[in-house]
Design a protein around this ligand. Structure first.
Ligand code: RRO
Length: 311
């Protein structure tokens, strides 16, 4: 049984990796994912300048998931670009993901210029969906801006690039966003980022649980799986077959991965559950997914990918 996959023109030993934001802030965390059973890693979204992010507490684990308002803390794009460029030399044949996010189109292009000028040969994930920078909307909800960004990006950047999208909740929005995405040579779309601006409260203290934005933050974990599966499948139904899908959201078990793949995902990312269990989680997830595949008689993920049945 193989859980190997191909994404953005690269082959991966299996279909699992971290979600950006989790276990990827610095070289120690990235190496911990690299040395786990995960196929590869993605870096924390890098900005032009290093950022401290929002005041703490800014991450909280709940019974069914997590809420965060990290506010894009990161070591700056140069740090991550240097790390991945070196790491790919240390590991020939491996492909890594560099997440980037600018605060406007000019910054996105400046970030991409740095990638172009580097030796990095992996995949760029352009994050269009950070929900937690005060005063900054989630780009992915501004359809015209997404279109303008992608047009400008693909005018200058010609290596593998995917986008991280926020969750959508209306069929017309799936239609409209897919129509935009289909105009561009994207390698993949990654659905979903956290569900933005949820509110989790402590009844005993009658208080919010994170400090930034009066407690509002992005929701991840078990809460978001149905939304994630809907977004993965909606884009699977609508996107050109050369735009692949990374499924992210609510993955805690091999069964959750099976469902994401059934909805059309070619790779999956683990956020909240990786935060809870650490990189050793990929051993359990691999074993659980392989057990499901064995029971169903599937040899590889293409045997069932996207083959969701309808009533
Ligand atoms: O750093 C964050 O607050 C953050 C980002 Br950039 C993101 O894309 N998604 C998220 O849940 N948190």
């Amino acid at each position: 049984i193989s859980t190997a996959t191909t994404l953005a023109g690269s082959n991966f030993d299996n279909c699992m990796m971290n979600a950006s934001g989790v276990y990827c802030m610095d070289s120690d965390e990235l190496l911990a994912v690299e040395n786990s059973k995960a196929a590869t890693f993605v870096t924390k979204s890098g900005t032009l300048q290093p950022r401290k992010g929002n005041p703490e507490p800014r991450y909280f684990e709940t019974e069914f998931g997590s809420i965060n308002s990290m506010g894009l803390p990161n070591n700056g794009v140069d740090y991550y670009l240097d790390f991945v460029s070196q790491d790919q030399i240390n590991h020939p044949g491996k492909t890594y993901f560099l997440s980037i996010t600018g605060f406007n189109l000019a910054e996105d292009l400046e970030l991409l210029q740095k990638v172009t000028d580097s030796d990095f040969a992996g995949v760029v994930e352009l994050n269009l969906s950070c929900p937690n920078v005060p005063g900054k909307p989630q780009t992915g909800y501004d359809f015209e801006t997404v279109d303008a960004i992608l047009k400008a990006v693909f005018d200058v950047y010609h290596k593998p690039l995917g986008v991280k999208l926020p969750p959508y909740f209306d069929i017309i929005h799936f239609d409209q966003m897919a129509e935009i995405l289909n105009k561009y040579p994207l390698s993949y779309v990654n659905s979903i980022n956290s569900i933005g601006n949820g509110l989790y409260i402590n009844d005993d203290t009658e208080t919010v649980v994170i400090k930034p934005k009066q407690g509002f933050g992005g929701i991840g974990g078990e809460y978001v799986k149905p939304t994630a599966l809907a977004n993965v499948h909606a884009f699977y139904q609508r996107l050109n077959k050369d735009i692949q899908i990374i499924g992210t959201g609510g993955i805690q078990t091999g069964k959750d991965i099976f469902e994401h793949i059934l909805c059309g995902a070619s790779m999956v990312q683990v956020g909240t559950a990786l935060m809870v269990e650490g990189p050793v989680i990929f051993e359990r997830l691999t074993a659980e997914l392989e057990a499901i595949m064995a029971e169903k008689g599937y040899d590889n993920i293409e045997d069932f990918r996207g083959k969701l049945n309808y009533l």
